[in-house]
Design a protein around this ligand. Sequence first.
Ligand code: GTP
Ligand code: MG
Length: 137
Amino acid sequence: TNRTFTMIKPDAVENGHTGAILEKINAAGFRIVAMKKTQMTKRDAETFYAIHSERPFFGELVEFMTRGPIISAILEKDNAVEDFRTLIGATNPAEAAEGTIRKMFATSIGENAVHGSDSDENAAIEGAFHFSGREMF
Ligand code: GTP
Ligand code: MG
């Protein structure tokens, strides 16, 4: 068993997709270790996405991720990181497989409904960025 970190991004929260996305996550066999609704500050988003700071879309990404609340969560399952990325689909919803969360709920490559960690190491770093040990069960 291992863990991944996810966020339901501001677009999906605004559009009322939180419940449907959590239902898909549950149906795919992930256990919720931690979960909360928060709004990231500019500084939070710049830190969380620091790896993308030189990319041309960085300003847009920070603006988007801070414009409204998100649901962040730590999820547990065997092969969590890889299986969760399969469940959410490609970054660009136009390229995402049928039935994936991004295919169903994302609007564009930028506003793509959900985040999923890309490695076990980043899952641990990202989970610890959003949650204290007392919020994990
Ligand atoms: P995450 O799970 O959110 O990390 O997505 P990803 O791993 O599929 O994509 P990546 O890490 O490469 O990019 C991080 C986020 O930046 C994406 O999820 C998008 O929200 C945003 N992003 C990526 N490419 C573009 C782009 O070309 N334009 C814009 N506006 N945003 C982008
Ligand atoms: Mg990524």
